[in-house]
Every structure is written in C-alpha cells, then in structure tokens.
Design a protein around this ligand. Sequence first.
Ligand code: SAH
Length: 216
Amino acid sequence: MDFKILRKQMVKNQLLKRGIKDDRVLSVFLDIPRHEFVAPELGRSSYEDRPLPIGSGQTISQPYMVALMSELLQVKKHMKVLELGTGSGYQSAILGALAKEVYSVERLSVLADSAAKTLDSLGIKNVHIKIADGSIGLEEFQPYDAIMVAAGVPKVPQALLDQLCDGGRLVIPVGSRFSQVLICLQKQEGKIVERRSCGCVFVPLLGKQGWSVDNE
Ligand code: SAH
C-alpha cells in the first residue's frame, strides 16, 4: 500500500479544502507517517477524516484537527513547545518537525512508552515525553513559546498561562466533558488575548487543573 499517496490525498481533501494554508504545516503532514502511530490493522484508516482508537480509551485526533491546532499555534523553528496529552505521539511528531524542542506530557505510561518507541523508531530526537499530570503544565522546562493541549478542560489552567512566554500562544479545547470550543490564547505584555476557533470533541484532560480523575 502506498501510504505516500494516502498522505497526499489527506492533505488535498481534508486540509487544503478546509482552509489550512500554512506551508510548513502542510509539508510536515506529507512527511510524517501517520500509519506508524496506530495499530497495524488500522494503518490505512489512519489517513481517513476521523479520530481512531489508540487503546486505554483514548484516540488519535482527526488529521484536520491536528493541522488546525498546529496552524493556530504558529510554531517556528526556534521554538520550545509544550504539548499536553501525547497519546499516540503523532501530534508530537508534527510539532517536532515544526519546532526546535517539544516537551510532551502524558498521564498514562502505556501510551507514553508506546509513543516514545514510535518516535524513536522514526529517528525523531527533539520530542521529549514525560509521564505526569500535564494539567499543571511542566514546570521543569518553562517558559514555553507555545503550548498545545490535546484534551478538553473545563477552564484554562492558570499553570499553563504562567508557563507561557510573553508573545506565546496556547491552543486548548475548553468546554464540557463531551464537547468543547477550540480556543487560541496569546500572552501580550502580561495580558491574555483570546480568540475562538471552532467546536470540537476531545477526551477530557484529567488532573489537578483539569477534570476530576474520580469520574473517569
Ligand atoms: N494528540 C494525540 C491524541 C491525544 S488524546 C495524538 O496525536 O495521538 C489525549 C491524551 O491526553 C490521552 O492520551 C490522555 O491519556 C491524555 N491525558 C489526559 N489527561 C492528561 C493529563 N492530565 N496530563 C497528560 N495527559 C493527559
């Protein structure tokens, strides 16, 4: 099966058609082998216009959503990025190709380990995965030029705003446990400027500044 052709079709039919314009984002979507981040039997489906299960009740996000979030974040090659919710590691690989360093936090060790293996097998060395509660950010390497949250929150965690550089952007789905609005925030001289993007559905970010783990 020619995955390269499937990637080209994905970029043309799902991303370009829906208005993704950033050339760097489009180009990394042509390069990163999305099928490597799902179970072998789902390889072909991984280029379809939908999320897919990755085990532990979690999902790899729909390609368009990953592209939209990457575009909104305006990641540049010199940037240090924080990602919350590594999942399969696909979004981390995309960010790795766009930025200098990516720190990605995942609370489930089974997913973190599998994502680390996949990234390693692809020779991706600038993505660093941590097993922790990302709802409080990742104090160790802050401040970040950009923060992407791949799970829904009831309210933007203060820790993330604190760990963002001045001028930095944060993309995060905010809403109920079952549906959210994708929000893009920018810190400008200490003030937060907020822009709403679109409706979306993400699994919940569980933790101290996210949803309660008890109702998981
Ligand atoms: N972008 C990922 C999909 C993320 S799914 C991909 O490309 O595959 C959301 C992930 O967030 C899940 O793996 C879930 O376990 C993780 N998650 C939920 N709460 C978290 C928390 N507090 N800290 C870190 N990861 C969390």
